[in-house]
Write a protein that binds this ligand. Structure first.
Ligand SMILES: Nc1ncnc2c1ncn2[C@@H]1O[C@H](COP(=O)(O)OP(=O)(O)O)[C@@H](O)[C@H]1O
Ligand SMILES: [Mg+2]
Length: 278
């Protein structure tokens, strides 16, 4: 079912090596809970901003490789130019593994072998800063670098945080909020531990919204606990999201006129204003 139909390496290379200086903002999507919409949100935002003419790089930093699949890139069992695991191992240069997707944004793909990296990283010196060291030299080639993180607080998730100026937390219900304080303290500790790390909480976005009392209560309690961090935009629950995953196409491309695509465009505008992206 998975088809690799999105690679355009020649274009990627020529654009990546051009000299235009971009904003170079890095943003991780983080939440220890899985299934909250991290990956869906990275792919939606990347395609919206690319459609608006921004140069966007999406980084698949999760061994599940769902972000790569969402862009139609499936490297298992076939020849490929390299994936993020080889960057962690220092076996490839970053320019060699960046590919351009058919929707305009760029991608550093992942494969399941990234799970191996997570096992060896704890013993490696500077292991919390590996992704940051990879991305810092190229960040000014992009307006925005979006990093997809795995659903835990292991080494890869910490690397996503330390590599980022900001992190955005999707929350899909009361349980999605449970581990937020831990995530906030880990991000804070890293800024104290490492001089160059300045990761800040950009906001909390409610996802999978249904019109129930529970969701209304969640909005209220989140706003009280994290004043000024709860974003106005909300992403509704929609079967369009499931279909777009199955067809390996980001929501705003798969169904441009759907209500959930409009939710994502509103979120993109809200974030762009906070980040002064335009
Ligand atoms: N707004 C939504 N409505 C319904 N299903 C969604 C929505 N956003 C994501 N999904 C689905 O929920 C599942 C988990 O989403 P995903 O983005 O992979 O979460 P995470 O990366 O946090 O684990 C996927 O099958 C995805 O298609
Ligand atoms: Mg994911």
């Amino acid at each position: 079912m998975f088809v690799d139909r999105s690679l355009n390496q020649r274009t990627a290379k020529s654009k990546v090596t051009d000299n235009k200086k971009c904003k170079g903002i890095t943003l991780a999507l983080s939440n220890q809970k899985g299934g909250v919409g991290k990956t869906t949100t990275v792919s939606a935002l990347a395609s919206i901003y690319a459609g608006q003419g921004l140069k966007v790089l999406a980084v698949d930093n999760d061994p599940q490789a769902n972000l790569s699949l969402q862009f139609g890139v499936d490297y298992e069992n076939k020849d490929h130019p390299g994936s993020i695991a080889e960057l962690y191992e220092g076996k490839k240069r970053i320019e060699e593994v960046i590919v351009q997707t058919e929707h305009g944004s760029y991608l550093i793909p992942a494969m399941i072998d990234l799970a191996r990296i997570e096992m060896y990283l704890p013993g490696v010196q500077g292991s919390d800063l590996k992704l940051k060291k990879m991305l810092d030299p190229i960040r000014k080639d992009y307006d925005l670098i979006l990093i997809d993180a795995p659903p835990n607080l292991g080494k890869l998730a910490v690397n996503a945080l330390t590599a980022s100026d900001w992190y955005l937390v999707p929350v899909d219900g009361p349980w999605g909020l449970r581990s937020l304080d831990t995530l906030i303290s880990v991000a804070q500790e890293n800024t104290e531990l490492y001089r160059d790390v300045k990761t800040k909480l950009l906001g909390i976005v409610l996802t999978m919204r249904v019109k129930t009392k529970i969701m209304a209560n969640l909005r209220e309690s989140t706003a009280q606990r994290y004043p000024s961090k709860l974003l106005k935009s909300e992403i509704r629950r929609s079967t369009v999201a499931l279909e777009s995953s199955a067809l390996q196409t980001p929501i705003p491309i798969y169904s441009k006129d759907s209500a959930v695509a409009e939710d994502y465009r509103m979120l993109a505008d809200e974030l762009a204003q906070i980040l002064s992206l335009y």
